[in-house]
Design a protein around this ligand. Structure first.
Ligand code: ZN
Length: 598
């Protein structure tokens, strides 16, 4: 009798060397020779990362006899033919402190499935069991994951315990990362369903109650957006709870979405401290939470066709990330305001920052958000010194496309319809039953590449084909001043008080003032300065920091020409820079009608 399950056992055995040993048991391997693979990328982060390079050693056995296996490409191995159960043993090096990889030391382990679980070709629809085993150096660790316990199995894990967990297929197995250790934890219910928040890393006196209270409001506002009648949470198809896993560090910011959880990294100073008013960075943390939670609907269930299903060993191309990341970026801040965790003016200030970010780069007039989506793998995820001049972000510009669409839809329907109706149609049509349809992959549906205009028309009756063509498929600026005026919001442009007047982005390496990016058509570009140049003097006066540069430049006016000495590599060069009046690139939003006495 064949037990139709793949069994993985994960043991974090070497905390100081950051090594995990993993054993995979395949009951019925391909008799022609089983092929195994490790994902080359992790969904949500569109870059080929070659996770297989962290596998230090790998062996195969059948009945305690060695079965030879060899690499057949960057991500795959093939075993020699064998009849009956095959065991694969391998060691993974886990020392990538990010939301995308695997990280393990004496304090904790955070593991993404894409870094640790070999896929079995031909058996990716098979149910999987995973046994998480404790590390050798401590018995205090607990396990936090949205992956369900293997209820009914004799070695089933208890909640937060080591032991057996289960996934209905390989795709699900990869989509429930795990945090092990002794984190700070708080629980809350949103619309009656449990949510856990887990904080790893040093975070003294962090105000967990405050974070949970605010997060609950954000979650409930999003649930109400997609399911206004039933208030049903989206993730019950995969787990009985949602888990926020946050790594607290000195200065990081980022997140990665999963079907019933998210991995976040945040700088300590963005977290609220008990008994103190939260600093401005706390809004960024709430925005990150809101963003990743929104993905539970938009991209983890409502997907572009290109991700239905994911293909793990190659790029999955789509021109629609402006919908899946852009719309999500529009709603992340909007939901902070709608749930009441930030004020209306704070929302306008955040939106102003997005508008300014888009305006600052000349790349917005060269690349459309559709092309930016398609080229994410080689351009957005491989940014260099010239990226602001060459690329547009499908996050920020995509958020502005969403804003423009939302206003257009409300305006065209006298406020009867909005982008919310579009999200609800996408949810009902593509998202709600996505993981039920996983059983029969030929039924898997995602949004067709050219599908958005028709879907928006269906949801709202409004034809936005031209709007999408111009602002999503062409590199054109969205007429935000006019659009926002319909919402009684005024957009004005101001100069940036922190501007260095050279139209460059600087980076401070120790006591050197180095140009990171030269903005196209700016004064530094006109003068011949380049990224990498170390500015050593302005008008004959020494410069050793961005602050000193600004200090020296105050002696010259717009129209003056000033000599800049720089080291390009180890060669001293001199450039004549003619200063201009600073451009107004900072967008400020305010209510159009000045406040009256009401
Ligand atoms: Zn995102």
């Amino acid at each position: 009798m064949t037990n139709k399950t793949l069994l993985y056992r994960v043991t974090p055995h070497d905390p100081s060397g950051h090594r995990l040993s993993i054993r995979l048991q395949i009951d019925a391997p391909d008799p022609q020779g089983q092929v195994l693979f490790l994902p080359a990328w992790i969904p949500g982060s569109y870059l080929i990362r070659d996770f297989s390079r962290q596998i230090e050693s790998i062996q195969a056995h059948h009945n305690e006899q060695t079965v030879t296996l060899h690499k057949i490409d960057n991500h795959r191995w093939k075993c020699a033919p064998c009849n009956g159960p095959l065991t694969i043993s391998y060691v993974v090096y886990a020392w990538d402190l990010s939301v995308r990889g695997a990280h393990f030391d004496e304090s904790h382990a955070f593991l993404n499935g894409t870094s640790i679980f070999l896929g079995v070709e031909g058996q990716t629809q098979m149910p999987c069991l995973v046994e998480y085993c404790p590390p050798p150096h401590t018995d205090t660790w607990k396990v936090y994951t949205s992956l369900p316990e293997a209820t009914g199995h004799p070695d089933a894990a208890k909640r937060h315990g080591f032991g057996m967990y289960q996934a209905p297929d390989y795709d699900a197995l990869l989509d429930h990362p795990v945090e092990m250790g002794t984190p700070q934890v708080i629980h809350f219910d949103a619309c009656g369903v449990p949510h856990e928040m887990v904080f790893t890393g040093v975070a003294p006196n962090v105000d967990l109650e405050r974070i949970a209270t605010d997060t609950k409001k954000i979650c409930e506002a999003q649930i109400a957006l997609f399911e206004p009648e039933t208030k049903t949470v989206p993730f019950l198809d995969s787990s009985d709870r949602y888990v926020f896993m946050t790594m607290v560090t000195g200065n990081d910011y980022g997140g990665l979405e999963h079907r019933a959880s998210t991995a976040l990294m945040i700088g300590r100073d963005k977290l609220p401290v008990t008994g103190q008013t939260p600093g401005p960075g706390y809004q960024d943390f709430l925005g990150l939470i809101s963003h990743e939670y929104f993905h539970t609907w938009n991209v983890k269930r409502i997907k572009p066709q290109a991700f239905a299903p994911y293909r793990y060993t190659e790029e999955n191309f789509t021109r629609l990330l402006w919908v899946f990341e852009g719309f999500t970026s529009y709603y992340d801040d909007a939901m902070l305001a709608r749930s009441g965790v930030i004020s209306q003016q704070a929302y306008l200030d955040r939106l102003g920052k997005v508008i300014s970010h888009v305006r600052r780069g000349a790349g917005r007039l060269k690349q459309s958000v559709a092309d930016s989506s398609f080229d994410a793998w080689t351009r957005f995820y491989k940014q260099d010194e010239n990226s602001p001049n060459a690329l547009v972000s499908y996050y920020t510009k995509g958020a502005l496309v969403a804003l423009g669409l939302d206003i257009t839809l409300r305006q065209s329907t006298n406020g009867e319809r909005s982008l919310d109706d579009v999200m609800r149609l996408l949810w009902q049509r593509y998202g709600k039953s996505f993981y039920q349809d996983m059983d029969n992959q030929s039924h898997l549906q995602g949004v067709a590449e050219e599908g958005m205009p028709a879907l928006i028309q269906e949801a709202t009756g409004v034809d936005v084909g031209d709007f999408i063509e111009q602002y999503a498929y062409k590199p054109q600026d969205i007429p935000l001043e006019t659009l926002l005026a319909h919402d009684n919001i005024q957009l004005t442009w101001e100069t940036d008080p922190t501007d260095n007047r050279l139209d460059v982005r600087l980076r401070n390496d120790a006591d050197r003032c180095v140009i990171a990016t030269v903005h196209e058509h700016g004064v530094a570009h006109d003068a011949g300065l380049s990224a990498g140049d170390e500015i050593v003097a302005v008008g004959g006066l020494r410069v050793h920091s961005a602050k000193a540069l600004k200090q020296q430049l105050r002696y010259w006016q717009a129209g003056d020409t000033v000599e800049l000495h720089v080291f390009r590599r180890d060669e001293l060069r001199c450039f004549a820079v003619t200063l201009k009046a600073p451009e107004a690139t900072v967008g400020k939003l305010s209510p159009a009608t000045p406040a009256t006495n009401e």
